[in-house]
Design a protein around this ligand. Structure first.
Ligand SMILES: [Zn+2]
Length: 403
C-alpha cells in the first residue's frame, strides 16, 4: 500500500491553500493487525482542504487501490444497515422498471443490496474487489465480478449497458473523479438512472464528527459539488435526499442524457459551507479530541475500559486523539471478520460483544457512533448488571446506565 499526496483540487484543479485540518501521523484506517504484525501498522499524514474555487472538501493524501483488496468492512451484520439498504432497494423499485432490467451495483460489498434486488426479478451484477460476499449461497440472477469498476473492466467482463447503476459509499474513495463518472456513463443505457450515496459534508460539518475524515475517503461532497461533477458528464439531477447512514449521507438520483423537468434538493442539503466555516470546525474538533483523551483517563479510575466498535473511525480516533498503547483494554465489535485482530497504535484485540457480559468491565465507550441506539438496545443485560455505555457523539460524553 502506498500513500501519495496531491497539490490540486480533484474537481476543478485549483491548487490547494493550507489545509484546515492536519495530522502529521495517523494510522491508516481499515488496517487490522495480527499479533505478529503489531508495530508494523501503516501511518501517514492526513491533511484536509476546502477548495477555494469550487468548495470541494478533500484530502491531499490518497491510499493506493491495492488496499481495498483486503477491505474488512461488512455492514450486513447490523440490522439498521440492512434496513437502510432495503430502503435503497425500494428507491430502485420505485423507478418502475420492467422485470429483467439490468441493475449494476458498484462496490457491492457483502451483497446485501444484490440479494434484495436479485429477489425482486431484476438481473443484477455487482462489482466488488474484496472477496467479502458470501459465495456459499449465491442468490439467483446475481453475478459478482471481483474487480474494480472501470471502463476497461466493463469491456473485459462483457457487461451490457445497465438500466440502473447504484454506487453506495464508493465515490468518496475515488481519486480520479472524471474517469470514474465516465465509466458510469459508459455502463448505462441512454436515459439510465444513477443512484449515488455519499457522506454529506454539510452533516459532517454540523455534527462536528472529525473522525469522518480518514485516509480512504478522498472527497467529501455536498449536494452542490456532487451535482457539479455529474452534470459535467451529461447527467441531469433528479433528486437528492438526506439519509441517516454514516452520520448523514446524500442519496442522489441522476439520469443520463435526459431532460429533467424537476430537480429536488432536501433543505438540509442545500447549505453551502466555505473555507472559513471549516476552520471553525477544526477548532471545535481540537477541543473534542482533547476532551476525549481526558474522558478515557477519568474512566480508567473505575477499572478496565472497552471500546465498542472497531470500524475505520475507531482507528482514526485513536490517531487523532493521540492515544498511546493500551489506552483502552480491548475492543468489541459484531463484525466477526475483526475478531482476534488488533487495532493499530493501541495494540489491543477485538472480540465479540458477548465478552462484555462475561467480563463486566465498568465502562464501554461507544465508538461506533452511528449505531449508538442499536448498541444500547442490544446490551441491555450489560447495562442491567451495572455496566455503563458512554456516548461519544459530542464532548458531553453522556453516560448511559440501566433505566
Ligand atoms: Zn475545486
Amino acid at each position: 500500500m502506498n500513500v501519495t499526496t496531491r497539490q490540486n483540487c480533484r474537481l476543478c484543479a485549483t491548487p490547494f491553500d493550507d489545509p484546515f485540518l492536519h495530522f502529521p501521523r495517523l494510522p491508516v484506517a481499515g488496517v487490522y493487525l495480527r499479533k505478529d504484525e503489531l508495530g508494523g501498522e501503516p501511518c501517514a499524514p492526513l491533511s484536509v482542504h476546502c477548495c477555494r474555487s469550487c468548495g470541494l472538501v478533500q484530502l491531499a493524501q490518497e491510499v493506493s487501490q491495492d488496499f481495498y483488496r483486503e477491505y474488512r468492512f461488512s455492514g450486513g451484520h447490523s440490522a439498521r444497515y440492512r434496513s437502510h439498504v432495503a430502503n435503497v432497494a425500494q428507491v430502485v423499485q420505485s423507478l418502475d422498471l420492467p422485470a429483467g432490467s439490468l441493475i449494476v451495483e458498484v462496490g457491492s460489498n457483502d451483497g446485501t443490496l444484490l440479494r434484495c434486488m436479485g429477489g425482486a426479478g431484476y438481473e443484477v451484477i455487482g462489482f466488488e474487489p474484496a472477496r467479502t460476499f458470501d459465495d456459499d449461497q449465491p442468490p439467483t440472477q446475481v453475478r459478482v465480478i471481483h474487480d474494480f469498476f472501470s471502463q476497461a473492466a466493463l469491456e473485459e467482463h462483457g457487461v451490457e449497458q445497465a438500466d440502473v447503476l447504484v454506487a453506495r459509499h464508493v465515490l468518496e474513495h475515488v481519486s480520479e473523479l472524471d474517469d470514474f463518472v465516465s465509466a458510469i456513463r459508459q455502463a448505462l443505457v441512454p436515459g439510465g438512472w444513477v443512484i449515488l450515496e455519499v457522506p454529506d459534508a454539510v452533516s459532517l460539518h454540523r455534527g462536528g464528527v472529525v473522525t469522518n475524515f480518514l485516509h480512504e475517503h478522498n472527497v467529501y461532497f455536498t449536494s452542490a459539488t456532487l451535482t457539479e461533477l455529474m452534470t459535467r458528464h451529461g447527467f441531469s439531477h433528479v433528486r437528492s435526499t438526506w439519509v441517516e447512514a454514516h452520520c448523514g449521507s446524500i442519496l442522489a438520483i441522476y439520469r443520463k442524457d435526459h431532460t429533467q423537468a424537476t430537480s429536488e434538493v432536501a433543505p438540509q442539503l442545500a447549505e453551502r459551507i466555505g473555507p472559513a466555516a471549516w476552520t471553525d470546525f477544526a477548532w471545535r474538533a481540537g477541543t473534542y479530541l482533547k476532551s476525549f483523551g481526558e474522558l478515557l483517563q477519568s474512566l480508567r479510575v473505575d477499572g478496565p475500559v472497552v471500546g465498542y466498535g472497531s470500524a475505520q473511525r475507531t482507528t482514526t480516533l485513536i490517531g487523532m486523539a493521540d492515544l498511546g498503547e493500551g489506552a483502552l483494554d480491548y475492543f468489541v465489535d459484531k463484525n466477526p471478520n475483526h475478531h482476534g485482530l488488533y487495532l493499530p497504535v493501541v495494540h489491543r484485540p477485538i472480540h465479540s460483544p458477548d465478552r462484555l457480559v462475561k467480563e463486566m468491565p465498568r465502562h464501554a465507550v461507544i465508538l461506533a457512533q452511528s449505531f449508538e441506539e442499536e448498541i444500547v438496545e442490544e446490551n441491555e443485560e450489560y447495562l442491567r448488571r451495572g455496566g455503563t455505555l458512554v456516548s461519544t457523539r459530542d464532548a458531553a460524553f453522556r453516560r448511559i446506565a440501566a433505566a
